[in-house]
Design a protein around this ligand. Structure first.
Ligand SMILES: NC(=O)c1ccc[n+]([C@@H]2O[C@H](COP(=O)([O-])OP(=O)(O)OC[C@H]3O[C@@H](n4cnc5c(N)ncnc54)[C@H](O)[C@@H]3O)[C@@H](O)[C@H]2O)c1
Length: 239
């Protein structure tokens, strides 16, 4: 019960990896706060309707959480996704709308930067804290189909290193986890990996929970691939 009474904020907490993370932290009696575009009071201790592109909404919710619990132990930036899929624009980058490109950069990169800006002073003050950024294999390999997505996820590598440097003297850590295809949607099984399978969402959750734990107290600033060696190259084609 390492996470008992820890205040854990998860963005994108209503679905997929974020939802499963919420369930696993709740099993350990953590105080899980979900941020998503809709409130969902059934799956978290507290739920806020927060669009991560809206700094004022983030700031207001964070200040309410600090008033309630006097601390924020863990922030997991999970909200994100490929803009062409989320916005149903099934188009290649060459004809993708600027609206989709803005969404891709704003949700996947600006959101985690906003979240960090909103919690970092509290974490420095309490001399403790962990921030986890959820990236993607595309942020390391690039992607000719999801250009804005890959660019944003690459940007998270810089954010992770920068926050690790900023937080190090205050026992505030930042790590990144970059999955290959994860079976949060059945179609992800079509993306190949050298291990000839996709990742289970639980495998990603286990890695994130390890990085949040005291066992990882000296780990900060790096990006952990969980991609069945997909980023090592050697794939015959790009999906
Ligand atoms: N599933 C995969 O194969 C895979 C692979 C690599 C990386 N990832 C990354 O993992 C993370 C989670 O992926 P998933 O498949 O579980 O996603 P998902 O689509 O199941 O869930 C994403 C959640 O984010 C929320 N969200 C979207 N826009 C938001 C906004 N502006 N503000 C707040 N919340 C918002 C959605 O409402 C949703 O609940 C994402 O960052 C994704 O890029 C996923």
């Amino acid at each position: 019960m390492e996470f008992k009474d820890k205040v854990v904020i998860i963005t994108g907490a209503n679905s997929g990896i974020g939802k499963l993370l919420s369930e696993h932290f709740l099993k350990q009696e953590a105080i899980v706060v979900g941020f998503d575009i809709e409130k969902n009071d059934n799956i978290h201790v507290l739920s806020y309707k927060v669009d991560v592109r809206d700094y004022r909404a983030i700031e207001k919710s964070i200040s309410e959480i600090v008033k309630l619990y006097q601390k924020i132990d863990i922030v997991i930036n999970c909200a994100g996704g490929a803009s062409s899929r989320v916005l149903n624009e099934n188009k290649p980058f060459e004809s993708l709308s600027l609206n989709a490109i803005d969404w891709g950069i704003d949700v996947n990169l600006k959101g985690p930067i906003y979240m960090a800006r909103a919690v970092i002073n509290q974490m420095i003050k309490q001399k403790n804290g962990v921030i986890i950024n959820v990236g993607s294999v595309s942020g390391v390999t690039g992607s000719k189909t999801a250009v804005d997505y890959a660019s944003a996820k690459s940007g998270l590598i810089g954010l992770t290193k920068s926050l690790a440097l900023l937080g190090a003297a205050h026992q505030v850590r930042c790590c990144m986890v970059s999955p290959g295809p994860v079976l949060t949607r059945p179609e992800m099984s079509k993306m190949t990996t050298p291990m000839a399978r996709a990742c289970s969402p639980l495998e990603v959750v286990d890695l994130i929970m390890y990085l949040c734990s005291e066992k990882a107290a000296f780990i900060s600033g790096d990006n952990y691939m969980i991609d069945g060696a997909r980023s090592c190259g050697g794939m015959k084609h790009e999906e």
